[in-house]
Write a protein that binds this ligand. Structure first.
Ligand code: ASP
Length: 345
């Protein structure tokens, strides 16, 4: 008997280029993101049983019924805590159902790695949660969204033996872990990289070719003691505010000083943390370093990461400022927000 018969895969739509439309057929860049509903996206994939006429009626994949839900319809450059809260709640709801095999989330590429990381930190699940996307709008001559969606369904329907559990991203036939995935190209279809950690595997004609085991918890050890309670997140209006400050040639302490000055007047969502996107192996200009020391002395938590696309800081963990545990600045920001929220609950 096929073990996945009567199982469901839930597809949560959030918008992005995958749902984008251009007025000029074939335009790959002049389009408006987030125009097409998630059901219609499925309807555009002839390979899905039951999908027809631009709408998926009882569509299925690999014996799993496909259930669609539109969580938001935004360009992911505008991703925010409210959508994350909603997405987290819907993931938690569906993952708790015994007949749900896995979840696919359609998402814009720009902040996909942030949403993936946020969900990985907050969801404690052995089921696959697969974010997918597109670099070309649905109206392109050769859109990449339909194949990416199909590949994501292949990952979401995979069994335990393939070792895909927790949150992953699938784009251009490549499977990346939520911890390592990073958008590294603004135009190419294969826009993501897993850096030094390497990809988790590939999707080839609906079959998974797995390269390495997903050791997510060991990568996150040291950043979190335990996942923050999802119930606490649902009650919050925002996460503690953390800003990213970049070191660069000529960097002064002006931005940090401005943040500190604002802190004296702001009444809500006070600055609680700063992630410094340092140069190279964690270097910071003299002036910026002095300003960051001042920030730390005034109670702001400062974590050091690197603006280098690849690699993790070596030998900087025990010196001044907190260590970002090899996370990129955008992921370190999320980790610090959750870390501070954990302390506050
Ligand atoms: N700006 C789009 C978004 O992130 C880009 C994309 O999806 O590729 O929603």
């Amino acid at each position: 008997m096929n073990s996945v018969v009567n199982k469901k895969i839930v597809i949560l739509g959030t918008g992005g280029t995958i749902a984008g439309k251009s007025a000029v057929a074939g335009d790959n860049v002049g389009y408006v993101a987030s125009q097409i509903g998630v059901e219609q996206l499925l309807g555009a994939i002839p390979a899905l049983a039951g999908a027809k006429d631009g709408v998926s009626s009882k569509a299925s994949y690999g014996g799993c019924e496909l259930v669609c839900e539109q969580v938001s319809q935004i360009d992911s450059k505008d991703m925010n805590f409210e959508v994350w809260q909603c997405l987290l709640a819907r993931c938690q709801h569906w993952l708790a159902q015994p007949d749900v095999q896995g979840i696919v989330i359609t998402h814009g590429t720009d902040t996909l790695e942030e949403t993936a990381f946020f969900l990985q930190c907050c969801l404690d699940t052995a089921k696959p949660v697969v974010l997918t996307c597109a670099m070309r709008p649905a109206t392109a001559i050769a859109p990449d969204g339909p194949q990416n969606l199909l590949d994501a369904l292949a990952v979401a329907s995979s069994d335990d033996q393939n070792g895909i559990r927790g949150v992953v991203a699938v784009c251009a036939g490549v499977i990346h872990s939520a911890v390592d995935v990073q958008k590294v190209h603004n135009y190419r279809l294969d826009a993501f990289s897993s850096g030094d950690a390497g990809v988790l595997g590939y999707v080839k004609e609906g079959k998974l070719d797995i390269c390495r085991k997903y050791e997510v918890n060991s990568r996150l050890a040291g950043v979190f003691i335990a996942s923050i309670a999802i119930k606490s997140i649902a009650k919050m209006t925002s996460l503690p505010r953390v800003e990213i400050v970049l070191n660069h040639s000529g960097a002064t302490g002006a931005i940090v000083e401005a943040l500190l000055a604002q802190r004296k007047t702001a009444t809500s969502n006070q600055l609680a943390g700063i992630v410094i996107a340092a140069t190279g192996n964690g270097t910071i200009s003299k002036e910026l370093e002095i300003a960051l020391q001042k920030a730390e002395a005034s109670g702001i938590t400062v974590w050091r990461s690197t603006r280098c696309a690849f690699g993790a800081l070596v030998g900087k963990a025990d010196v001044q400022f907190g260590d970002s545990h090899g996370l990129s600045p955008v992921k370190a920001r999320i980790a610090l927000m959750l870390h501070l929220a954990q302390g506050a609950t």
